[in-house]
Write a protein that binds this ligand. Structure first.
Ligand code: MIG
Length: 800
């Protein structure tokens, strides 16, 4: 054994003292004696970017995560200097940079309290094997600090006390605490002293986060290559941190078509055509609403992407059309692996055009997936993405497929260590040529992006729909996602709940789990409980591996079928409410699901709550995650909550028992809320909406609600053809006032609202609409506090 490798091991290296400082527009550059440069960019008053080089020279600045639409600009910037520190002051933050060692500390600009401080701060180790550095950061954890975020980690909502890894990984039947799994979202939120901030470490190499695991009061993050490059995002409201992170990494480029928020049915696999039809027919027969049906890998010819198995599906166009006539949108799976087969045109073309990934020394990256040995397009090359997007022409334009499901894009490779490409595979990376070490975490994202571009092009003038399994920060701009291969177990129901909440607070709201579990088979009770949770997830799809039996709403017994129908019907009634929440997410980055800590960070009781969450702005839901339950205890955040089923109210700030037999689930409505509902439809667009119900929950005091609508597909809404209604509720002892303010040019089909008043503390004796007293018979007060009035009202007074 050769002990002396003549390799100089330098261990951890640190910036030395700062010797110069310069300002260039909105960036400041601090240089140390040992050639470390910190580039500090003021992105916004509450968002600062920290970027370090150890060589005095920065690499070309490029990120797949940051959107070009990110907001920039600030109204106040002051830079001061004393003996020990430079201070950078914005309207929100004070950032101190120590002259002696470049350590950073951040303070709230208003009350000057510490938000986040470097411990060792930035340091690095030189990487002998790959060149460059292993970049590291350590920060002091503040008193009672909690941590949240990091995408799809199937762990307790509060990340404190553990170490996590970001390396996108195919994780069949992962479990609680499995790490890493399918997504890499290197963004976390710290919360202490009622103030929240976020850190987005925009580095695509394999990275790690340690929240007080290695050392009790230290939080650190590091990556195996690339730059120390992170954004510091200040709240102090956690919801603002998430909104700002989502502003940086982007929001969905367009609203989803409303049907994509309906119920989806999937299985590996529905084939042949007769089986597909049998399933869709059964939905209509049993009157269980459903909008989408999926074709998994068996629809293809030998698993070749963009082909059909003509034995199972002799006439796909005809089938897709017939399904569409019955309200079903057909969605097909597309994987990245392209079968090595000279008689297969996609393969030949990819080869001729040199679009497949190659190993360091030149051979193609060959890997086994479903079709057998495959090559893989380099989706990090813009020309390859353009080609790939073009391949969807026939599927979408000609055959009529409405959505594409990208799977195995971690990328997953069978029968090899690591289950993915080896490190030496080369990538284009938008002209910043690199190895798989750097491109791995964004490979799936770029595949989904290319797929999205294809769907967008060929679905036009309708909106595109894509689902992806792998993701990096920013993937939410292009696609929806699901949580991968979970298991039909009660524990996984809890995991699905946490993962969906965590994804939402990580900027990616269009998320759902395989309802019922992918591996193994649920019993009826578990399936029903999972549907109950699933109807509150932005993406709502049953999926299963199929080899353990059926998993359709009618697979179990009639009782279960009825429960499932009842809850899917609630989903369809709530579509305008969910669509409004989606609009807020797409416009302002407000997560569609809010963990209780995100809803009320000032109450420390919320800091460790996993189960309860807010759906949209006003609905509190809490799944039953145990068998044989007749109800459960749950925590109510501050405020007053109406039981959705009984209208009984509960005072928040405490735990309470809630009855919820199998046909029920704990659902509560915030007092003062106005919840819009559509009639039950078997699929979106089945009926012309001729009236919208507004469920109004009395509150003594004020509350605001919104209703956003548009054509539910297409792009006219971007030109102002939307209908946005703001409702202002004011409740007094003897009067309830609802004011309506409308904007947008879209004219909804319905003419009237059916207003249902809940929890009225007085008997109604008089009603005024826009200052005119209305006789009861004119507006139909139906004895049950239901009023039908014109949708154009501006002020409604309900008087005792
Ligand atoms: O190796 O396409 O997560 O949803 O049904 C399995 C077959 C490949 C994994 C996906 C799953 C899908 C399955 N796929």
């Amino acid at each position: 054994m050769i002990l002396n490798t003549e390799l100089e091991y330098k261990g951890n290296l640190f910036p030395s003292k700062i010797v110069s400082y310069k300002k260039d527009v909105d960036s400041l550059y601090f240089t140390t004696e040992n050639n470390v440069v910190l580039q500090l960019t003021i992105q916004r008053g509450s968002v600062l970017r920290f970027r370090y080089t150890t060589t005095g020279i920065f690499e070309k600045d490029f990120s797949y995560a940051i959107t070009k639409y990110a907001n920039r600009g600030y109204n106040h910037l002051e830079i001061t200097e004393d003996k020990e520190y430079y201070s950078v002051i914005t309207s929100k933050l004070i950032c101190k940079i120590a002259k002696s060692d470049m350590r950073i500390s951040m303070y709230d600009a208003l009350d000057k309290t510490v938000i986040c401080e470097d411990e060792l701060g930035f340091h690095w180790e030189e990487s002998h094997e790959f060149g460059g550095d292993i970049v590291k950061m350590t920060k002091t954890s503040q008193d009672s600090e909690s941590y949240y975020g990091l995408g799809d980690k199937p762990v307790h909502i509060n990340l404190k006390g553990k170490r996590y890894e970001n390396w996108v990984t195919d994780s069949y039947a992962y479990g609680k605490d499995s790490d890493p799994i399918y997504k890499a979202i290197p963004f976390y939120i710290g919360l202490h002293h009622k103030k929240a901030y976020g850190i987005f470490f925009d580095n695509t190499f394999r990275s790690y986060f340690d929240f007080c695991h290695e050392r009790r009061n230290i939080t650190s993050f590091w990556a195996q290559g690339g730059e120390m490059n992170y954004y510091f995002i200040y709240g102090p409201q956690m919801s603002d941190v998430v909104a700002n992170y989502t502003d940086l990494t982007g929001r969905p480029h367009e609203l989803p078509a409303l049907w994509t928020l309906g119920y989806h049915q999937c299985k590996w696999s529905y084939y042949p055509e007769s089986k597909v039809k049998e399933v869709t027919k059964k939905f209509r027969e049993l009157k269980i609403p459903c909008d989408a049906i999926y074709l998994d890998i068996d629809y293809m010819h030998g698993f070749r992407c963009f082909t059909w198995n003509k034995e199972y599906f002799p006439n796909p166009k005809k089938m897709v059309k017939e399904l569409a006539d019955d309200g079903f949108k057909t969605i097909v799976i597309i994987d990245p692996g392209i079968k090595i087969d000279m008689n297969y045109d996609v393969f030949r073309e990819g080869l001729e055009k040199d679009y497949f990934c190659k190993r360091a020394d030149g051979p193609y990256m060959k890997g086994k997936v479903w079709p057998g040995e495959c090559y893989f397009p380099d989706f990090t090359n813009p020309e390859v993405r353009e080609w790939w997007s073009g391949l969807f022409k026939e599927l979408v334009e000609d055959i009529g497929v409405k959505g594409v499901w990208n799977d195995m894009n971690e990328p997953a490779v069978m029968d090899v260590p690591g289950k993915t490409f080896p490190n030496d595979v080369r990538h284009n990376y938008e002209g910043n040529y690199c190895s798989h070490r750097k491109a791995h975490n964004i490979y799936g994202m770029q595949m989904a992006r290319a797929t999205y571009q294809g769907l967008k092009k060929f679905s036009y003038p309708k909106r595109p729909f894509v689902i992806t399994r792998a993701a990096y920060s920013g993937t939410q701009r292009y696609t929806s996602t699901w949580t991968g291969d979970n298991v039909a177990s009660w524990e996984h129901l809890t995991i699905a709940n946490i993962q969906a909440q965590r994804m939402c607070m990580s900027g990616f709201s269009f998320v759902g789990s395989d309802i019922g579990g992918f591996a193994e088979q649920p019993n009826g009770e578990l399936y029903a409980r999972w549907i109950q949770l699933g109807i509150f997830h932005p993406f709502c799809r049953t999926h299963s591996s199929g080899d353990h039996g059926d998993q359709e709403p009618w697979t179990f017994d009639d009782n279960i079928t009825n429960v499932v129908r009842k809850f899917i019907e609630i989903r369809y009634q709530l579509l305008p409410y969910l669509y409004t929440a989606f609009w807020r997410y797409a416009n302002e980055g407000v997560p569609i699901l809010k963990s209780l800590v995100l809803f009320d960070q000032s109450d420390t009781h919320t800091h460790y709550r996993n189960d309860e969450f807010i759906f949209g702005e006003k609905i509190l839901a809490c799944p039953i995650t145990e068998p044989n339950a007749k109800g459960r205890r749950m925590f109510f955040p501050k405020g007053k909550w109406f039981n959705f089923w009984t209208d009984k109210t509960v005072k928040g700030g405490q735990e309470a028992w809630v009855d919820a037999d199998l046909d029920s689930m704990p659902i509560f409505i915030k007092e003062g809320a106005i919840i819009p509902k559509y009639p039950i439809q078997q699929y979106v667009g089945e009926k012309k909406i001729d009236q919208v119900t507004l469920d109004v929950y009395y509150k003594k005091g004020r509350e605001k609600s919104e209703l956003y609508e548009d054509a539910h597909d297409g792009y006219d809404y971007k030109k102002g053809r939307f209908s946005l209604r703001y409702f202002n509720l004011v409740g007094k002892k003897d009067e309830l006032i609802i004011q309506q303010h409308k904007s947008g040019k879209f004219i909804t089909t319905y003419k009237t609202f059916k207003i249902k008043l809940h929890g009225m503390p007085f008997k109604i004796s008089k009603i005024q609409v826009d200052n005119e007293e209305i006789a009861f018979e004119d507006i139909k007060v139906n004895g049950d506090n239901t009023i039908i009035i014109s949708k154009e009202f501006t002020e409604l007074h309900v008087i005792a």
